[in-house]
Design a protein around this ligand. Structure first.
Ligand SMILES: [Zn+2]
Length: 249
């Protein structure tokens, strides 16, 4: 953990990659809640620490779906300052374009940042339980394959996000996880606890990604609430974090 943002050591090895996840020290990063002009200032502040610019950022709508959309130079800046032109229907973005920074927000949901150094492709996805059940991880890897990427080259950073201890779910959600990700479920006193990071790891393994290319942030916004905002604990007052990735020319 650097001063005010989190980085994955697997991605930090690549000088051409710019990435980071904001802590609550930077304030709320979502334009869907709170003061809009403040969010824009917070985004600018966070990005300047990573030497990225807000007008080169592209942001998906994030609807707890599983769609990953490919973006290029024409989409640069979309969603950066206004939700009207963010990438509708998408929960993740993928690009081969340099100087285009993909940004997703989360407060308990898990950001995934991905990079293929062989083909120079980056992607960012926002994953909650709905997206995971909807197959967002399969969708992400299939987009990489579509660009010709080989699974063994793809590097993935997962989280920070809600931990199993803090993620109790209702019966209908529990049943979906018992059916699709039984290894990610803990049953105790009739309550079900879901390990979303584990569910993502199971999907990545199924897609033949290499364990040594995957890094999981062992941080949870509810456990480390002084560092990250948690929607579970703070409801709409939770400052949403931003996770960003892009490549320099
Ligand atoms: Zn926790």
């Amino acid at each position: 953990m650097e001063d005010r943002f989190f980085k994955f050591s697997l991605l930090a090895k690549f000088p051409e990659v710019i990435h980071g996840i904001s802590t609550r020290a930077y304030g709320n990063m979502s334009l869907y809640r709170g003061d809009k002009s403040k969010t824009i200032k917070n985004r600018e502040h966070f990005l300047s620490g990573l030497r990225a610019e807000l007008d080169k950022v592209t942001i998906p709508e994030m609807i707890h779906g599983s769609k990953i959309i490919s973006v290029g130079a024409r989409e640069r800046g979309k969603g950066a300052c206004d939700t009207k032109n963010d990438i509708k229907g998408a929960d993740g973005l993928i690009t081969r374009e340099k100087d285009l920074f993909l940004l997703v927000t989360a407060a308990d949901c898990l950001p995934i940042l991905a990079y293929d150094p062989a083909l120079q492709i980056v992607a960012a996805a926002h994953c909650g339980w709905r997206g995971i059940i909807g197959g967002i991880v399969d969708e992400l890897i299939s987009k990489f394959r579509h660009f010709g990427a080989e699974e063994e080259n793809i590097i993935i950073g997962i989280g920070p996000g809600i931990c199993q201890k803090h993620f109790t779910v209702k019966k209908d959600v529990l049943e979906q996880f018992l059916e699709n990700y039984p290894q990610a479920v803990l049953l105790r006193n009739k309550d079900g606890y879901i390990d979303l990071k584990k569910a993502i790891l199971l999907d990545l393994k199924k897609n033949r990604l290499l364990a040594q290319n995957i890094e999981v942030a062992k941080l949870c916004p509810a456990c480390q609430n002084g560092i990250f905002g948690s929607h579970r604990l703070e409801k709409d007052q939770a400052p949403t974090s931003a996770a960003v990735i892009g490549m320099r020319e």
